[in-house]
Each structure stands twice: as C-alpha cells, then as structure tokens.
Write a protein that binds this ligand. Sequence first.
Ligand SMILES: *Cc1c(COP(=O)(O)O)cnc(C)c1O
Length: 374
Amino acid sequence: MPLRSGTAPPVPFNDLRPQYQSLRDDIDAAIARVLNGGRVILGPEVEAFEQEFAGYCGVAHGVGLASGTDALSIGLKALGVRPGDEVITVANAGVPPVAAVELAGARPVLVDIDPSTHTMAPEAFRAAITTRTRAVVVVQLYGQPADMEPLLAIARQRGVRVLEDCAQAHGAMYRGRRCGSVGDAAAFSFYPTKNLGGYGDGGMLVTADPDVADQARLLRQYGWRTAYYSEIPGLNSRLDELQAAILRVKLRHLDTANDARRRIARRYTEALEDLAPVREAQYAQHVYHLYVVQVAQRDALRSFLSERGVSSAIHYPIASHLQAAYARLGTGLGSLPVSERAAETVLSLPLFPELSEEDAERVIEACRSFLSVA
Ligand SMILES: *Cc1c(COP(=O)(O)O)cnc(C)c1O
C-alpha cells in the first residue's frame, strides 16, 4: 500500500482561497466601490488598471480585453496581420497561441523549441520565415522569457512584428527588462490561476506603440471611436470593471507573490536536480508560473505522487500540431521533435505563492522516494 503521510490532506496543485483571505478587506472594498459607482463596463477602473499595469510592464499603453486569447488575436490584428499572412509560433504552449493566429485570420506556422528553456529556438524561427510571414508569437513559457535578443534581431532584419505571449510571465524579466516591454506588443491573461489573476476571465494588450494601442482599442468594441460609428470591423472583447478593480488590488502584491514562487522554486531546484527541472536561463528572472520537471517515466511519477497525496499536472500533454483540430496544418509526427518529446516528459509540481513549507517538503520527499525506487 502506498504510504500516505498520516492523515495530512492532499497537497493541492493550486488554491485561490488563501490569497483572497489575506486581501479580503481590499478586494471586498474594490467590488463594493464598483457596484456603488454603478459603472460596470469600460469605466474608471479599467482605465486606471490599464495605466497601472502598462506602467508596471514599462510601456505607455494598455488595452483591457476579455481574455489572454483575445489579447493575442487582437494584438496580431493591431500589428497588421491580415488574412493570408503567416504567423510563426510554438506548439508546446497549449493551443491558445495557435487558436489566436487563426482567429486573426492568419495561418499558424509552428516551429520547435530550445531544449533547455522550452521556448522558441531562434534558428527554427529564422528557417520558417517566408515572404508571407507577418508576425511571430513568442511564448514566455512557464514564467520565463525566450532568448529575445536573437529572436528580435532576426525579426527586425526580416520585417516580422513580434508579439510576446506573456500569459504566464507577469513580472518576469529579460536582461533587466520587464516581459511585455521587449517585443512590439505583448498579450497578458488574467485567468484566475495566472501569476496575476482575477475571478473570471480577462486580458490585456500592452505596447509602447500608440498606433497599435489605438487599433486594439477600436477592435475591442466594434471599431468604435465614438459609440455606434464603426471605423473598422471589430468585435466585443472588454475587460470588465469588477475584474479591473480586483486586479488593481492584486497588482500591488504581484512582486511579493512572485518572490514567494521563486523561493519555493529555489528549494525544489536544490532538492530535485535529478528530475531535470526547466531552469532559469542566465538572461532571465523566472517567475515560476509553473515548476516543470522532465522525466522519461513521467506517467509513473505522476501516479506515484498521486498515491502519496501530491497533485501534479501536465503542461501540455499534446503538441499543437498533433491535436485533432490542427492536424490539417500539415506538420505531422516527427516534425517538431523537441516539442513532441517535451509533451511526453514534462510534469508540473504544485507551486503557488501560499504553498506551505511543509507541503513543499512533502512534494520533495515524494519525488525523492520515486527516484530511489525508479
Ligand atoms: C493562459 C494562456 C493563454 C490564454 O489566456 P486566456 O485568458 O485563458 O485566454 C495564452 N497563452 C498562454 C501561454 C497561456 O498560458
């Protein structure tokens, strides 16, 4: 029989409650402020949060949107992507980047990743560029940026616009610059479990480019500059006032929460060297949205942990080009070997800012006993 450590409850993969409990007074006050103000769509909270979050990222403009996926597709359109264009991205980040390229009317071209950081490999990017390539979506995966300098150099040389997917990288740094300020524009998600998350869906496009911000602002509401007069075809993708008010409270605690994530990650890395964690690159400050290890016997480790009351998850179990929905993209099995291998070996361990030291030690102990019997 597997050894459950006494009657201890399982170690959760994530838990949203302790953060709410510690910020309850401020969050409840923010919600009451919105409801008493009577303005619930595109009002003062969204405007203030756009300023505050763009400022945090180190750029001038923020456009609050309904989700991170919308921030990607609206970002691509605002950067000039048009139907028939090709957009290069990766296959190991779940499907949102691929879905967003198609939502923007373009064709996703998937390239392989660097085996040490699991982010886009610059040479693979270079090799995939054609005369139709309009943009690249660089995913800042698990909480750390790709190596942006070589990617930017190639993109500049070939006239390709760079959209950062920062849905997992709020507060992460690339060579001292905040993720979100490195490319031409950046898409963030405020899905509840992200490093900065609301209590519902939400997203933002941030950019230093006033024209890109202006286009995104038009696109998010039917192309209106003035209500009911459409300058361009758009859609409805608005961040709401309640989420914005809550996110303003949480933004003030983002750095502290990221520090807590980094502390737990440091402890994991000291103890779990043998599980080949995806490490912090020398150019990066990693904010550990996810703590990912790589093991050949991944599924065995996962059940071993589960029997010992330790949750885990797989980000992500199928590379995008092997998904039923995207087989038609035509890059079959074997075309992206590093991404395909990653899908078979990655495992994410429990990590969130309020994870207790005792629970982190239980995760470590369970992993180490797997290693000793494996
Ligand atoms: C969560 C996520 C998204 C999508 O964000 P939503 O707000 O859920 O639409 C995009 N890219 C990555 C890498 C993500 O992790």
